[in-house]
Ligand binder design. Structure first.
Ligand SMILES: Cc1ncc(COP(=O)(O)O)c(C=O)c1O
Length: 478
């Protein structure tokens, strides 16, 4: 066994509002008394800030643009309203997301439907409100055209494109029309004589899996070339939407991120004490005494994130020729983006109350939180950042704990990481998970055991001291 058995830290990037809140235990107690546990808190001034960061990049490059907040990343109405107030658009992925955005007063021209499954009800709502629909396949085109025809309307559409050429060959996606076929499909079916004559072609769209700026740059370049081809055939591309997937940075220190991965590998190889529950490799595995696999979490530490990530896309040179910005010059094409996670960077926290402490049969401290695993769940293997704490005063006595949740599953471990705390939490102490607004708090939440969904509160102002009335209840009915 290795000598260094200290737990690696992953210090989160935090904003002022987070410790300010966590330092006010009296206020937090009043929020828990009113709303139960867990509570999701959204601080909207950070959302405004994130919008401005992206805006500056487009302005600097003289590119006409629009930003669409990808609603799917968070269910709160307050954020949709905030998007509307900022004059940005909303990308919707279901009937209820679209309805919520319409009810928040988002204008039709600032809405888009990119849902993976587009039901008749959703498309009907979109057509009635002149909302742009991004089409994925021929069946969708047929259904949308039928609805538009019935309502005697020309309805705006964009086409999702995939199959872009990259250094690694053609990029696979289950979504979209193939790059090599989409132009002839549009020109033959969306013409006045075509079978989709009630669809008005307005633009192109892609959303790529993963986080490569090169692939996004290459895809955008190929869409610009495609737009030229369509123009030659009389179809004007008003916009190209480059989707979402803009990396954010959750962690303060590169060396901690590196050390964490090293220690995790050592633990899996049995060279040190576990740093995750039951020595979960988070993607690494020991097979025939050899370490295999790779870390299957979100890449929590990123130097190229947010505006820099966008910069990289816009300055990308496809086939080492003109940059995206140069290709766009004099083209009159608006660039749209659909960020979810990156607009929610630093916007949210999930707070939960400590209910019990116990030692398991292996001598590990388990701290039971009044929440469950679905309320802090990533689409990748785990959430990885140290939590903040609001503890009642207690003598310092370093302790290592796992946080466990309310579901009747052995695997309801809220964080797989073992966390070092200055002292054992007391019942009623509060644990605050940082930067959870993008996907972590809502995307996978379930109501097993008939637990209520967590309450969403939003703070709309920046001020020195908060009081109870500053927290607006989102009152969701989902
Ligand atoms: C079509 C589409 N647009 C935008 C997004 C938002 O991506 P992100 O939140 O990573 O920016 C997604 C996410 O899955 C998506 O599928």
């Amino acid at each position: 066994m290795h000598s260094n058995n200290q737990l690696p830290k992953l210090t989160p990037v935090i904003s002022d509002w987070m410790p300010k809140l966590m330092n006010d235990k009296v206020l937090l107690d009043s929020l828990f008394a009113a709303y139960g546990s867990p509570i999701n808190i959204h601080y909207l001034p950070e959302f405004d800030k994130n919008i401005d960061t992206f805006r500056k990049v487009f302005t600097k490059h003289g590119i006409s643009y629009q930003i669409f907040y990808a609603h799917k990343a968070n269910k709160s109405k307050s954020i949709v309203k905030c998007a509307q107030e900022n004059g940005i658009g909303v990308d919707t992925a279901s009937y209820r997301e679209l309805l919520q955005a319409l009810e928040a007063g988002v204008k039709s021209e600032n809405l888009t439907v990119t849902a993976a499954i587009k039901t008749e009800k959703l498309l009907q709502l979109a057509v009635e409100n002149n909302v742009l629909v991004i089409l994925d396949n021929e069946d969708e085109c047929n259904l949308l055209n039928t609805i538009a025809k019935k309502l005697d309307k020309q309805t705006p559409v964009g086409f999702r494109v995939s199959g872009f050429n990259t250094d690694m060959g053609k990029l696979y996606s289950r979504f979209g029309f193939d790059l090599d076929e989409v132009s002839s499909f549009i020109t033959s079916t969306c013409s006045p004589q075509g079978e989709h004559s009630n669809l008005s072609y307005t633009g192109l769209h892609f959303h790529l899996n993963g986080y490569s700026t090169e692939q996004r740059g290459a895809a955008l370049s190929q869409c610009i070339i495609l737009a030229e081809k369509l123009k030659d055939n009389g179809f004007t591309t008003q916009f190209i939407d480059i989707g979402g997937g803009f990396l954010i940075n959750y962690l303060q220190f590169k060396n901690e991120w590196k050390a964490f991965r090293e220690e995790l590998k050592k633990a899996v190889k049995g060279e040190r004490k576990e740093i995750t529950f039951n020595n979960d490799g988070l993607g690494y595995q020991l097979i025939d005494n050899k370490l295999q696999g790779k870390l299957a979490t979100y890449p929590f530490y990123n130097e190229v994130n947010g505006d820099l990530f966008l910069e990289k896309i816009l300055s990308f040179r496809y086939k080492n020729k003109a940059s995206v910005t140069e290709l766009l010059r004099d083209k009159d094409i608006e660039i749209r983006m659909e960020p979810g996670r990156s607009l929610l960077n630093q916007v949210g926290m999930t707070l939960a109350k400590v209910v019990f402490r116990k030692k398991d049969m292996r001598g590990r401290w388990l701290v039971g939180l009044d929440m469950n695993m679905s309320q802090l769940k990533s689409s990748s293997t785990d959430y990885l950042a140290d939590p903040l704490t609001a503890f009642a005063p207690a003598p310092k006595h370093l302790v290592e704990v796992y946080f466990t949740g309310a579901y009747c599953l052995e695997q309801d471990i809220v964080l797989k990481r073992k966390i070092a705390l200055p002292n054992l939490p007391q019942i009623g102490d509060i644990i605050g998970f940082v930067n959870t607004a993008g996907y972590m708090m809502h995307f996978f939440e379930t109501q097993a055991h008939l637990f209520e969904l967590s309450v969403n509160l939003s703070l709309e102002i920046s001020k020195e001291i908060y009081d109870f009335r500053d927290f607006k209840n989102d009152k969701r009915n989902v």
